[in-house]
Write a protein that binds this ligand. Structure first.
Ligand code: URA
Length: 309
């Protein structure tokens, strides 16, 4: 198969996958749109002579139906057609904000995200939130961290664990030998619990809020299929499993959610309030169990973290 046919096939198959997964439109720049709809020889001319000014006026994006349009390119100009299809694939990547065209997992997660982004199951949270904080990180990660709900900073930034508790979580992740971007991080609740009449502070999500939001997290877990989940704090455990004994009692003991092991441990904000080395060590011992489960070698140095000098 020649390179043009390869790119064409790949693009058609990608668009068909998007369509099959329920996505009806992709955004493309005005330039690509014009190239697709004008006679191909002109399209090539236009692309070849596109000035910076012409490109910048094309910054407003349009949407086109997810229907392959191979007829828009003339069979007589294969190299130009290749670059046209490549540009289109690149457009799809950029629009989706991803380094590469998403695979099935990415598309499935994107669909769940799109539903969560417009969720109004808790009208009081939908009206008070700045952002739906869906989740962040590597969707192929063997390790997933689950917290309880976004706080003020997370609500502002649209990303979980970016405040002080998040900075501590990032340190824990690094101590385990990972980069934050290698892990997937999410919360039971995707919206910040509102605090009417208060200018600061957070509140624990209600049982009802967690029940309504849980399907999003379960869908994330189902799609990502981590090898192990760390549940941060008693509320996260309660959100996942329902009411349990207190976190001090259950931490460090694996439990299972749809056959996926879940390690309950203290929430990082507990460690910030309670600075004792013994409490940090407990969390670290839980993390070493997680590392063992993932068959990650634990160095002598790591084994000694948070032990008395
Ligand atoms: N605490 C949580 O449980 N989740 C966040 O995202 C931030 C703080």
């Amino acid at each position: 198969m020649n390179p043009y046919d390869q790119v064409l096939d790949a693009t058609i198959s990608h668009l068909e996958k998007l369509k099959a997964s329920g996505i009806k439109h992709v955004k493309v720049s005005q330039e690509i749109l014009s190239s697709l709809t004008m006679p191909s020889s002109r399209a090539v001319e236009t692309r070849a002579s596109a000035s910076p000014a012409a490109t910048s006026t094309a910054s407003g994006r349009s949407t086109i139906p997810v229907t392959p349009k191979p007829v828009a390119v003339a069979p007589s100009l294969p190299q130009s057609k290749v670059s046209l299809m490549e540009s289109m694939a690149e457009e799809i990547k950029q629009v989706r904000g991803e380094g590469e065209i998403p695979g099935e997992k990415g598309l499935a997660l994107e669909q769940v995200k799109q539903r969560a982004m417009v969720c109004v199951k808790c009208p009081h949270l939908a009206s008070s939130r700045r952002n739906v904080v869906f989740g962040v990180g590597n969707i192929d990660s063997p390790l997933m961290f689950v917290g309880e709900a976004p706080g003020m900073e997370e609500d502002q930034e649209g990303e979980p664990f970016v405040g002080v508790a998040g900075q501590l979580l990032t340190k824990i992740i690094k101590a385990m030998g990972f980069g934050r971007e290698q892990i997937y991080i999410a919360n039971v609740l995707k919206c910040r619990p509102n605090t009417p009449g208060q200018t600061a502070g957070n509140r624990k999500p209600s049982e009802e809020e967690m029940k309504k939001c849980l399907p999003y997290l379960l869908a994330q877990i189902e799609i990502i299929q981590p090898k192990i989940i760390v549940a941060l704090g008693g509320t996260a455990v309660e959100g996942l499993f329902g009411k349990t004994d207190g976190i001090s009692k259950i931490r460090g003991h694996l439990r299972y959610l749809r056959n996926i092991p879940v390690m309950p441990t203290f929430h990082p904000s507990y460690l910030l309030r309670q600075q004792m080395l013994t409490e940090k060590r407990k969390v670290w011992e839980d993390m070493m169990k997680v590392m063992e489960h993932l068959q990650i070698p634990i160095t002598e140095k790591q084994q000694g973290f948070f032990l008395k000098a």
